[in-house]
Design a protein around this ligand. Structure first.
Ligand code: ATP
Ligand code: MG
Length: 201
């Protein structure tokens, strides 16, 4: 394997928005592996309560089970402490011995890349795929990216994906309010949420 694609996220819970983006990237870039990496504790979400990594890993496993190109990595969850993408990309390169690493982010997350740890180095060792997401403007993204040097800019590829206005926070809210979450995420994940009652407190 020469190339690998990473999809980082909190996945609390994973939903069809994540899955459709990953599948679209896999197909458009002819990739043989997309690795979903649930974050231990994302640096930008330290103020929020996040479900136990075990639950987020379990739900991610259930969600990707039917796709032979998808896998889950517990690397960040096992590392403990804050998860920095730069450390993850370097580790993945070593473990899989790949030449090229892609990293998928939604248009909202990619706007924040510049604030990530060692942003310029990160952009030099990894190609970002910035997927469209309802509510986040790719023009705004283009304006932000203009601030970057050219050699860095060539490592961010905007990508149009089928728009799904789904978010994990909305799903958690719906569960709390006793509303339906059917068709927003795979049925196995929906079942898991109801069996474990993780969002009901
Ligand atoms: P939360 O509402 O808790 O922030 P989320 O739905 O944004 O959850 P994350 O785990 O934060 O999910 O997202 C992981 C990655 O997936 C991010 O790069 C995010 O931009 C992207 N993403 C999430 N939902 C969508 C969607 N509906 N369409 C495109 N990209 C998405
Ligand atoms: Mg988010």
């Amino acid at each position: 394997m020469r190339e690998i694609c990473l999809m980082g996220g909190t996945f609390d819970p994973i939903h069809y928005g994540h899955l459709v983006v990953a599948e679209e990237v896999r197909q458009q870039f002819s990739l043989s592996k997309v690795l979903f990496i649930p974050a231990a504790r994302p640096p930008h979400k330290t103020d929020k309560i996040i479900s136990d990594p075990i639950h987020r890993v379990n739900m991610t496993r259930l969600a990707i089970a039917s796709n032979p190109y998808f896998d889950v990595s517990t690397l960040e969850v096992e590392r403990q402490g804050l998860s920095y993408t730069i450390d993850t990309v370097k580790e993945i390169k070593k473990i899989y011995g790949v030449e090229k690493v892609y990293f998928i982010t939604g248009a909202d997350a990619v706007l924040e890349i510049l604030s990530w740890k060692n942003a310029e180095e990160l952009l030099s060792i990894c190609t970002f795929i910035a997927a469209t997401r309802p509510g986040y403007d790719l023009h705004q993204l283009a304006d932000t990216l203009k601030l970057l040097p050219k050699e860095v800019l060539k490592n961010i590829l905007p990508l149009e994906v089928p728009a799904l206005s789904i978010s994990s926070s909305d799903i958690r809210r719906r569960v709390k309010e006793g509303k339906s979450i059917k068709y927003l995420l795979p049925e196995a994940v929906e079942q898991y949420i109801f069996n474990t009652k993780i969002y009901q407190s």
